[in-house]
Design a binder for this molecule. Structure first.
Ligand SMILES: Nc1ncnc2c1ncn2[C@@H]1O[C@H](COP(=O)(O)OP(=O)(O)OP(=O)(O)O)[C@@H](O)[C@H]1O
Ligand SMILES: [Mg+2]
Length: 364
């Protein structure tokens, strides 16, 4: 296994900077996920690591080796694609054998590796079947098996679960994470699903427009987002992001959000406001950092219910704060307010984030 370093890698297609000066250092045995919206450059980055796309700039190291100019076959990586790419006319065993034959691995070693992979993935009883005689999840396991038998330094996976139904996706998510730990493998995994990224990874690189917006552990990204993009991307439901203006009233600085003027009570929020460069900011509050309280509670915000969404163990309430529709977790799962019902909301100032509206950067 090996560490992987991307140093200032660049890929341009015409006017589009698909990958724009990306640098990441991935440790040996680490599970790192590239996550971001469609078109942000995840696949391009992964294909550059695999050697399927040439670099326009920068360097890629696997272990201590600069592999930037090497052919894919010489990089000691194995890639799992979204569409399994199994050979339909070969049995499962022959699908697993094929990459080993290509590398002229002797028969004994090949058999050992195939049996080990089949055992790890619980596909021993499927070895004589053809791909079309397998379920989607079983086919995905064979695709993983084909990567495992190669015994590569690094595994690369591009949305390997996106063709599976929701239930199977959850199951395979657990299996891939378990597999990575069992094999002690270095894994670079691509998904646009932030929950998948959060649940599987040691660290996550959040990408947008070809750039890494933040690289950190799931906890760091959730609790200390660098900017508005990461704040809005990580977490489900996403963080409420409310445009606000800093105003002075009676010598006190307050936050005006639409029709509401909010007077912070805590030194912490006053401190953040004082650090703001301009007067335009974005207030960030997670759904659990806005509390429904009794009418008349001091320094709370009065608004109305827009919708109520029960999900079973959590009930979400949507309501406007200022001009922004916000999602709040109701303290009472049985709450079933109707459109226009008055509610009172208290903002948790210990968990209030402030971002510069112009740059999007977190004010800390
Ligand atoms: N061969 C190509 N020619 C021109 N533009 C390309 C090519 N490949 C990718 N792009 C562009 O580069 C950008 C990044 O594409 P990429 O496939 O890396 O995105 P992605 O993050 O993997 O998206 P998705 O989640 O949809 O798979 C996009 O704007 C895309 O249109
Ligand atoms: Mg992609």
């Amino acid at each position: 296994m090996a560490e992987v370093s991307l140093k200032n890698i660049v890929k341009t297609y015409g006017d589009v900077r698909a990958v724009d000066d990306v640098s990441l250092h991935i440790h040996d045995k680490e599970f790192v996920t590239l996550v971001g919206p469609s078109g942000c450059g995840k696949t391009t980055t992964l294909h550059m690591i695999a050697g399927l796309i040439d670099l326009d700039g920068g360097h890629i190291f696997i272990g201590k080796r600069d592999v930037s100019e090497l052919d894919p076959k010489d990089r000691d990586i194995a890639m799992v694609f979204q569409n399994y790419a199994l050979y339909p006319h070969k049995s499962v065993r022959d699908n697993l054998l094929f990459p080993l034959r290509m590398r002229k691995i002797d028969k004994n070693t090949a058999d050992q590796r195939i049996n080990r992979a089949a055992k790890i993935l619980s596909i021993e009883q499927l070895l004589d079947r053809k791909p079309k005689q397998l379920s989607g999840g079983q086919q995905q396991r064979v695709a993983l098996g084909r990567a495992i038998v190669r015994d590569p330094a690094v595994f690369l996976m591009d949305e390997p679960l996106s063709n599976l139904d929701a239930k199977l996706r959850l199951q395979m998510r657990t299996e891939i994470k378990h597999l990575q730990q069992e094999l002690q493998a270095t894994m670079i995994y691509v998904t646009h699903d932030q929950i998948e990224a959060m649940t599987m990874s040691d660290r996550i690189a959040v990408m947008d427009k070809g750039k890494v917006q933040q690289f950190g552990t799931p906890d760091e990204l959730f609790n200390h987002p660098n900017n508005v993009f990461v704040a809005g991307f990580i977490g489900n439901p996403p963080m409420n992001l409310i445009p606000a203006q800093i105003v002075s009233e009676g010598g006190d600085k307050k936050l005006r959000m639409g029709q509401i003027t909010f007077a912070p009570q805590s030194a912490r929020v006053h401190d953040l406001i004082n650090k703001a460069v301009g007067d335009k900011v974005v207030v960030g509050l997670r759904n659990t950092a806005i509390h429904m309280v009794a009418a008349g509670t001091p320094s709370a915000i009065n608004t109305q219910v827009y919708t109520v969404e029960p999900t079973g163990d959590v009930t979400y309430v949507q309501a406007n704060i200022g001009d922004k529709m916000c999602t709040i977790s109701s303290p009472d799962v049985a709450y079933r307010g109707r459109l226009g019902d008055p509610i009172t909301l208290k903002l948790d100032e210990n968990r209030l984030y402030l971002f510069d509206e112009l740059t999007g950067k977190a004010i800390v």
